[in-house]
Design a protein around this ligand. Structure first.
Ligand SMILES: [Zn+2]
Length: 265
């Protein structure tokens, strides 16, 4: 024994025991060998000690094995073949070697699966799913929060398509600070396109839709306009104008139909 090794964990204590036992066994074996005439009882005593030591060594080995392998529901130790596929012996030895490394506090640290941080702050988090198998991930607090808020945000993100003001606000906020990124301008155009789509699918009359679009256009100009947002917004507004015109055309014949129909009934 070097004496420098850290002895902490259960397995390290067992290994320590094993090493001590080995030394004692060597000594007891030497002492139990008959020498001369007078010390027969002492030799016998050493033989008994040797037997006990070997028994203790076996028990210690069994304890190590049991600890490593765990137990099944019946309480009996699992054999390696139940746990490892393929080359059981190699896998078992690898695991054993890994377990017999000197135990340090680093062993309490897990690696975050998202950001790779190795810390005691990382723990296994449970993600229950309604229709699929639950998932478990080792995550730090921040990444866990990110994942959970992202999960609850998803419906909000969906509704953003029909309520695009927040996207436009974000767009307006980026104005002046730095150049509008192409993704941001794409987001604005997409938002306007989505709104047009959503309103087109609405069951209201074309005339009402025209009003909705005009309200939306006013909101867009108010929220994102005015700060030289320029071409990006212009193309978006042009899309809106085109849709408004289309709906107005659609609304007109219906208006006259209503006008024709109403007096008749
Ligand atoms: Zn993380």
């Amino acid at each position: 024994m070097t004496g420098k090794k850290l002895i902490h964990g259960y397995l390290d204590r067992l290994r320590e025991n094993l090493e001590t036992l080995d030394e004692q066994i060597v000594y007891a074996r030497k002492m139990s060998k008959p020498k001369g005439k007078g010390d027969k009882s002492a030799t016998l005593q050493w033989a008994k000690t040797l037997r006990d030591l070997v028994e203790l060594r076996n028990t210690t080995l069994l304890n190590i094995k049991t600890h490593l392998l765990g137990r099944d529901e019946t309480g009996s130790p699992n054999e390696p073949s139940d746990i490892w596929d393929g080359n059981d012996e190699v896998e078992f030895e690898r695991h054993l070697r890994d377990q017999l490394r000197p135990w340090t506090l680093d062993r309490l640290k897990l690696e975050c699966e998202d950001c790779g941080k190795v810390s005691e702050e990382v723990s296994t988090r449970h993600f229950p799913h309604e229709y699929e198998a639950d998932e478990y991930f080792d995550l730090c607090g921040r990444c866990y929060e990110k994942r959970t808020t992202k999960d609850t945000d998803e419906p909000e993100e969906g509704s953003e398509a029909s309520d695009p003001v927040s996207v436009l606000k974000e767009f307006a906020d980026t104005q002046g600070k730095r150049n509008v990124s192409s993704t941001m301008s794409k987001a604005v155009t997409d938002t306007i396109r989505n709104t047009i789509k959503v309103i087109a699918l609405d069951e209201r009359s074309s005339a009402e839709k025209v009003k909705m679009l005009e309200d939306f256009k006013a909101k867009v100009s108010r929220t994102a306009g005015g700060q030289g947002s320029g071409e990006i917004l212009e193309s978006g507004l042009a899309l809106l104008d085109k849709e408004i015109e289309r709906l107005q055309r659609e609304a007109e014949p219906r208006k006259s139909q209503d006008a024709d129909g109403k007096p008749a009934t």
